[in-house]
Design a protein around this ligand. Structure first.
Ligand SMILES: [Zn+2]
Length: 64
């Protein structure tokens, strides 16, 4: 599924493992941290947290 980043409007691609997910994701384009709650591929909640510095340890949200 795709989410629209609240920081820059860029699409964030999420893999199937995020179909049911509650937690933080990061936008690759602007490094915004977004708190999301996804239930059966439907976005229930989305909240902008802050901008994070890119880190090699965080590989989630990378476009294929
Ligand atoms: Zn962004």
């Amino acid at each position: 599924m795709k989410l629209n980043c609240l920081g820059c409007g860029n699409f964030i691609n999420l893999s199937e493992e995020y179909e049911t997910y509650s937690g933080c994701i990061r936008c690759n384009a602007c490094s915004a941290m977004l708190k999301v709650k996804i239930d059966e591929s439907r976005l229930r909640e989305m909240e902008f947290l802050r901008f994070a510095k890119p880190s090699v340890e965080e590989s989630f949200g990378q476009a294929v």
